[in-house]
Write a protein of this length. Structure first.
Lengths: 292, 268
C-alpha cells in the first residue's frame, strides 16, 4: 500500500484551477521527485497534504490518503496529530520558516517538545547530534544564534536536521538544497539517502534541479500548470522521457561540461502544446461537472 | 570614469560573536572576510562561488555597503566608499543594487508587487513610475496582472523575479545578484540569465553573480572568484578555471556537481 496517495486532487483560487486532478503515490521508503516549472503548483501540493493551504485556495475535489486514511475526513485535531507524528516538512524559504526574533535552538526543538512530547533536553541533544550530521560547525553556538546571524545554507541545513529529528515516515522536502553549495549539497543528499535507507523514510522531493533528481530519486512526477504530465521512473525519464515537455525540460537543463550549450528555455511550441492539453482537460472536466 | 568599476583592497570584516559574549566586556569577533583583493572591470560579469558560510553574501552586502567593514578599501568608480556615511552614499545607491538571496524576507509583506518595484524608483526621484514598473515586470517575464499581488500570493520563483524587477528598475550600473536563479526552473532561469546578459551587453551593466550553480556560472560569467572560509583561493577567467582548476577546493566543487544523468553509485 502507498504511504501517501493523492487521488484526483483539485484546488482553486477563486475560479482559477491551481491543481487539476493531481494523482500521485509515494510508497514506504520511496524517494519521489516532484518537478515542474515555477508556479506549477509543487508547493501547493505539499501544503495541501499538510493542511496548510492559504485561505484563498480551496480544495474542490479529490482525496489525500495517508496510510489509507482520508485526511480531509478527519477532525482538524486528529489530522494535526497524525501529520505531526508521521510527516515533516523542509520548507522552501528557510528564513520565513524561522522566527527572526527567537534563537534557533528552541524553535527547532519545538516540534519534538510540543507535538511529540519529548523532554526539552532530549530534543536539544538529538538536534545537536543531527546538526553535526549535516556538517554544521559548532552546533552549540548555532543553537544560540538568531536566524539572521547564519548563512543561507546554514539555515537550510538546520531545517533539514529538524525535519529528520523525530524520524518521520514521510518527509516533504521543498527545494531543500537550493541554497547549498555543491559540496554541502552532496553531503546532504548522502545524508538524506542514508537516513532514508536506515529508517525507511519516504520522501517527496520537490525540486527543479534535474541533476539532483537523477542522483537521489527513484520515481518522479512532472507537473505543469497544476496538472501531472508524466509519472515515471527516474531511469526512464533520463533515458527516454515520455512526454514532449519532459524531453524539452531535459534538453534545456544546463551542464557545466557543455559550456557552448545555450541557455534556451523550453521552446514556446512545446509550452503551447501543453497549454492546449490542459485546456482540453479543463473542458472535458467542465462537461463532466455539468453532466453530473 | 574609472576603467575598473570596483577595486577591492585588503577587505576585512568581522561580526560580534554574541553567543560567546562574556557577562562583562565585549563579545569576541568572528572574522568572516579575511583580506580580499580583486578588481571588477566595467561591463564584466564576475562569478562569486564558494562553500556555504564562506562569506559570499557578506562580501556582497559589504560591496553595496549594507554592512560596515573593519578595514580595507572598496573603490567604486575610483572613489573609496568603504567608510562613507549614509548621506554621502545616498546618490550612489541608485547606481549599485543588490538582489537578495531570500526573496521573501527582502520584500515587505504588506506591500503589493507594484509598490515594491516602485519604491526604489520613488526614492531616487524617477518620473513615469507606473510605466517603469510595468516595463520591469515584463522584462522579468511576469504578467502585468501581478502588480496587485502580495508577496505571499506568489510562488517562490515568482517572488525571486519581483526582487529582480525591483533591482533593475532604476537602471543601475552594478547589480550584485545573490543566488538569484537557484529557486528557478530552467525556463525561468534561462529567461532571467538572458535578461541579465542583455542588460550587460546593451546597457553596459556590470554584474556580480553569487551562485552555487557552476553550470550557470560557466555559461554566464567571464571571470570567477572562488571563496573559501573568507579568503579567495582562486581567481581566473571562467574558462581557465573550469579547464584547469588550480586550487584543491575548486576541484572539489567541480567534482560535486550532479549532472542531469543517472550515475549509479554517485552518492557513495
Ligand atoms: N495565496 C495565493 N493566492 C493566489 N494565488 C496563489 C497564492 N499562493 C500561490 N498562488 C499561485 O498558485 C500557483 C502555484 O504556486 P506554488 O507555490 O505551488 O508554485 P511552485 O510550483 O511551488 O513554484 P516555485 O518553483 O516557484 O516555488 C502559482 O501560480 C501562484 O502564483
Ligand atoms: N549578522 C551576522 N552576525 C553574525 N555572524 C554572521 C552574520 N551574518 C553572517 N554571519 C556569519 O558569517 C559567515 C558567512 O556568512 P555568509 O552569509 O556571507 O555566507 P555565504 O557564503 O553567503 O553562505 P551561503 O552559501 O550559505 O549563503 C557565516 O559563518 C555566518 O554565520
Ligand atoms: Mg514552490
Ligand atoms: Mg549567502
Amino acid at each position: 500500500m502507498s504511504f501517501l496517495e493523492l487521488k484526483n486532487l483539485n484546488a482553486r483560487v477563486g475560479p482559477l484551477p491551481i491543481l487539476r486532478d493531481v494523482s500521485l503515490q509515494v510508497a514506504p521508503g520511496e524517494v519521489r521527485a516532484l518537478v515542474g516549472e515555477s508556479g506549477a503548483g509543487k508547493s501547493m501540493i505539499g501544503k495541501a497534504i499538510l493542511g496548510t493551504l492559504p485561505d484563498a485556495i480551496r480544495i474542490t475535489g479529490g482525496e489525500i490518503l495517508l496510510e489509507g486514511e482520508d485526511l480531509q475526513a478527519m477532525s482538524p485535531k486528529d489530522r494535526r496529530r497524525m501529520i505531526g507524528a508521521k510527516v515533516a516538512l523542509i520548507p522552501q524559504d528557510p528564513l520565513t520558516a524561522l522566527n527572526p526574533a527567537r534563537r534557533v535552538g528552541p524553535q527547532i526543538c519545538n516540534r519534538l517538545v510540543d507535538i511529540l512530547g519529548w523532554r526539552r533536553r532530549e530534543a536539544e541533544a538529538r538536534v545537536i547530534e543531527l546538526l553535526h550530521e549535516v556538517h554544521i560547525p559548532a552546533p552549540e553556538r548555532v543553537m544560540r544564534a538568531y536566524p539572521h546571524e547564519l548563512s543561507g545554507g546554514m539555515r537550510q541545513r538546520i531545517l533539514i536536521a529538524s525535519a529528520f529529528a523525530a524520524e518521520p515516515q514521510l518527509i516533504i522536502a521543498d527545494e531543500p538544497t537550493t541554497a547549498l553549495d555543491v559540496t554541502v549539497q552532496k553531503q546532504i543528499l548522502r545524508l538524506i539517502r542514508d537516513m532514508q535507507a536506515r529508517h525507511g523514510t519516504a520522501l517527496l522531493f520537490v525540486t527543479h534541479d534535474l541533476g539532483v533528481v537523477s542522483k537521489l530519486c527513484q520515481s518522479m512526477t512532472v507537473l505543469f500548470g497544476g496538472k501531472v504530465l508524466e509519472d515515471t521512473s527516474v531511469d526512464q525519464f533520463f533515458s527516454a522521457p515520455d512526454h514532449a515537455y519532459s524531453a524539452a525540460l531535459l534538453a534545456a537543463t544546463p551542464k557545466y561540461t557543455d559550456p557552448g550549450g545555450s541557455l534556451m528555455p523550453v521552446p514556446e511550441a512545446t509550452i503551447h502544446a501543453v497549454e492546449a492539453e490542459i485546456a482540453a482537460h479543463d473542458l472535458a472536466h467542465q462537461t463532466e461537472t455539468v453532466r453530473q | 570614469m574609472s576603467e575598473m568599476l570596483f577595486e577591492i583592497r585588503d577587505l576585512r570584516l568581522s561580526f560580534a560573536d554574541l553567543a560567546h559574549k562574556p557577562l562583562f566586556g565585549a563579545a569576541p569577533r568572528i572574522e568572516v572576510l579575511k583580506g580580499l583583493n580583486f578588481d571588477i572591470p566595467r561591463g564584466d560579469v564576475i562569478g562569486i562561488v564558494g562553500g556555504s558560510g564562506s562569506g559570499k553574501s557578506t562580501l556582497g552586502r559589504a560591496m553595496v555597503r549594507l554592512l560596515d567593514v573593519d578595514s580595507g578599501q572598496i573603490r567604486f568608480d575610483g572613489t573609496d566608499i568603504s567608510q562613507m556615511d549614509e548621506a554621502t552614499l545616498r546618490p550612489l545607491r541608485r547606481r549599485i543594487q543588490m538582489i537578495f538571496q531570500d526573496p521573501m524576507s527582502s520584500l515587505n509583506p504588506r506591500h503589493r508587487v507594484a509598490t515594491l518595484i516602485a519604491e526604489p524608483l520613488r526614492l531616487h526621484g524617477f518620473d513615469q513610475v507606473a510605466e517603469r514598473v510595468d516595463f520591469a515586470l515584463s522584462q522579468v517575464g511576469l504578467p502585468l496582472a501581478f502588480r496587485n499581488r502580495y508577496p505571499h500570493e506568489l510562488s517562490g520563483g515568482q517572488r525571486q523575479r519581483v526582487g529582480i524587477a525591483r533591482a533593475i528598475a532604476t537602471e543601475p550600473e552594478f547589480i550584485l545578484a545573490d543566488e538569484v536563479v537557484s529557486g528557478l526552473d530552467v525556463s525561468s532561469q534561462a529567461q532571467v540569465l538572458n535578461l541579465l546578459e542583455k542588460l550587460v551587453s546593451d546597457m553596459g551593466l556590470t554584474l556580480g553573480f553569487i551562485s552555487h550553480d557552476l553550470s550557470v556560472v560557466r555559461r554566464l560569467c567571464k571571470t570567477t572568484l572562488v571563496l573559501h572560509q573568507g579568503k579567495i583561493v582562486e581567481q581566473a577567467s571562467t574558462q581557465a578555471l573550469f579547464d584547469a582548476p588550480q586550487a584543491q577546493y575548486t576541484r572539489d566543487l567541480l567534482d560535486a556537481i550532479p549532472l542531469p544523468e543517472v550515475t549509479p553509485g554517485w552518492l557513495d
